[in-house]
Design a protein around this ligand. Structure first.
Ligand code: ADP
Ligand code: ZN
Length: 610
């Protein structure tokens, strides 16, 4: 029998197992069931791919994402592994061929969606074949609480009854305890060995700005950090997706829209371009992203608040799967905070469900307004302790200034009280800043003692104050969906003259300057930062070579070699096959396919340079 560590080196070109990979692989080879929770980019696939190669028979990989099966299989074939998928994109002849290969034991791995697997004909076929294992990818799809719920996933427990001797592994990047328990129950994994990894993604830098989903802020973020990088921009509405993509294109970036309102064709095409071309930005609603394997997504930008921390973590987790530096950046404002709260409070869900949702909303808002380390807070939310502040988030690097906003808070709350909790933030701010318009006069609100008492702050600053008062729980929104602000029990002591009010400390606003048209495209690819100028030039040429090879074969560039491998080649500059094999990510099959081309390119540029 081949040793797992040997397969890791010879096939995948890696020297060491990460996290629990070695234990998981051993458990599966021994025939045990496994549940593994690992963050995105942690290296889940190797956990079932190596046992698939070592155990006899075919491993069946169940994945909800038909659109990605092609790329997954292409990546395996590049490594010399016999993999295939069965789904509706194949014609009858192709399907028969694959079923035949399966039956005759030619396949190491076979990918399919759960609905195909549950089909009686397929189960019958599986019964006739030698099966190495079942890998249930994106296992959180069994959870009714998550937004990726798939009812077919819940029927997968039958694998256990029907094929009791075949080991199963369930994999997910979703962390919370509830989902974990649900996976175990729904999939009958009570006997499984459970491997839970740290959920930290140390290479991701977190930043959350209160710039009110402004494009100027987005543009500054992109120009400063990602002038040429690929990334994802999440917007809430389809319309925003369209207009933001258009705007980015006008600014000189390649940006493609992706949302459920676009035809399957267009979505597929845009996704393909994102995966296959360099430096494409995808502008999307949350409909985009589950299982996106692209390892070199250098940033994820949120133009709105995600509805909870789970979603935020999952969406931002799509950045930096290759372990190189990546950015998770978000911009939000008063409107987002009101919308998110209203969305939860107005939902038709049952009381208990709603209470959970409200807690989750509050946790999300809390994360945004936080003045200490974001990563510590994020990990704490998932039950993990990070002893020290991370040094790789906005609050660690550039600690926010706070100010004593007690008086401002009292003015705001008192104005809401005097207008009988019947108005929204914008109107209240108009009163406080003394806007003497027709509506205010009609309501007689220019006569209030709180009229025009807030001149020391601008309208924008007041919006920041209101946003934070909502986030800190002094204000709630109405349940009718008009954005009317209500005082909470926490607000009352602030209004009583008899009591000394609790000090309210708020974050100071950071300024965003106006967008200028871009002048020069600075070379700001994150990966370049670790390379010398000369090595950068070599790296760029290796990337070009990779693009050419990828185009010829119609596969995404990263399935040939990831950036990390190219950057190591650019530093080490191998001169022969032996040295090439030492580069992380170069296994035997890739060496025989591409070794020569890359060695030639390196030696050519070296001789030009010297
Ligand atoms: P996940 O599915 O957990 O998001 P993947 O399985 O796609 O992650 O792995 C992420 C990246 O890490 C891939 O490029 C993979 O080849 C690489 N990788 C996995 N295991 C190792 C390892 N032990 N050493 C180096 N790279 C690894
Ligand atoms: Zn930090």
């Amino acid at each position: 029998m081949q040793l797992p560590s040997h397969v890791l080196k010879s096939t995948f070109g890696y020297d060491h197992f990460r996290h629990h990979q070695a234990d998981i692989i051993e458990a599966l080879i021994d025939g045990d069931d496994v549940l593994t929770l690992m963050p995105t980019g942690g290296g889940k696939s190797i956990c079932y791919q190596i046992p698939a190669l070592i155990r006899s028979g075919t491993a069946i990989v169940i994945s909800p994402l038909i659109a990605l099966m092609q790329d997954q299989v292409d990546a395996l074939r590049q490594l010399g592994i016999c993999a295939a998928f069965l789904n509706s994109t194949l014609n009858a002849g192709e399907q028969r061929q694959i079923e035949n290969d399966f039956l005759t034991g030619k396949l190491d791995l076979l990918y399919m969606a759960p609905e195909r697997l549950l089909n009686e004909q397929m189960l019958h076929l599986i019964g006739q074949c030698d099966i190495a294992l079942f890998a249930i990818d994106e296992a959180h799809c069994v959870s009714q609480w998550g937004h990726d719920f798939r009812k077919e996933y819940q029927q997968l427990s039958m694998l256990h009854t029907r094929f009791p001797n075949v080991p199963r592994i369930a994999l997910t990047a979703t962390a919370d305890q509830r989902t974990r328990d649900e996976i175990i129950t729904q999939l009958s994994l009570q006997q499984a060995r459970v491997f839970i990894n740290s959920f930290d993604r140390p290479n991701i830098h977190y930043a959350i700005e209160e710039s009110g989903n402004s494009r100027d802020a987005l543009w500054q973020f992109l120009e400063k950090n990602h002038a040429e990088d690929a990334g994802i921009v999440y917007c809430l509405s389809r319309k925003n997706v369209e207009t933001t993509a258009e705007w980015l294109n006008k600014q000189g970036r390649t940006a493609l829209p992706y949302h459920a309102g676009l035809s399957q064709d267009i979505r597929q095409r845009n996704q393909q371009r994102f995966l296959r071309e360099d430096g494409v930005i995808i502008v999307a609603t949350i409909a985009f992203g589950m299982g996106i394997d692209k390892p070199d997504v250098r940033f994820v930008a949120h133009m709105n608040l995600p509805k909870n921390i789970e979603s935020y973590y999952q969406e931002t987790g799509r950045a930096g799967r290759d372990g190189l530096p990546a950015n998770a950046w978000m911009s939000y404002g008063l409107k987002d905070v009101i919308n998110l709260r209203m969305f939860t409070e107005n939902s038709e869900a049952e009381e208990q469900f709603k209470r959970v949702m409200l807690q989750k909303t509050d946790a999300m808002l809390g994360l945004c307004e936080l003045t200490s380390c974001r990563r510590q807070a994020l990990l704490a939310y998932f039950g993990e302790v990070l002893a020290e502040p991370c040094g790789n988030c906005d609050n660690c690097i550039n600690p926010p200034e706070t100010w004593d906003a007690t008086i401002a808070a009292q003015k705001a709350l008192s104005c809401i009280y005097r207008t009988h909790e019947r108005f929204g933030a914008h109107y209240i701010i108009d009163i406080i800043t003394g806007k003497d318009d027709e509506r205010i006069q009609r309501n007689g609100h220019n006569q209030l003692s709180t009229f025009d008492i807030g001149g020391e702050h601008t309208g924008v600053e007041w919006r920041g104050i209101f946003r934070q008062l909502i986030a800190h729980g002094y204000l709630a929104t109405d349940t009718e969906g008009y954005g009317v602000l209500k005082l909470t029990p926490k607000a009352w002591p602030m209004l009583k003259r008899s009591e000394t009010p609790q000090t309210v400390m708020l974050r100071k606003l950071r300024k965003v300057s106006k967008t200028k048209k871009r002048k020069t495209a600075a070379a700001t690819r994150a990966v370049l930062q670790t390379l010398s100028t000369q090595d950068q030039a070599l790296f760029e040429r290796l990337r070009e070579l990779r693009s050419r090879l990828a185009k010829e074969q119609n596969v995404p560039p990263y399935v040939i070699f990831p950036d990390k491998t190219l950057s190591e080649m650019a530093t080490v500059k191998p001169v022969n096959e032996g040295q090439m094999l030492d580069i992380s990510g170069v296994g035997e099959v890739k060496l025989s396919r591409y070794g020569e081309a890359f060695l030639n390119e390196i030696s050519r540029l070296q001789s030009l340079g010297s």
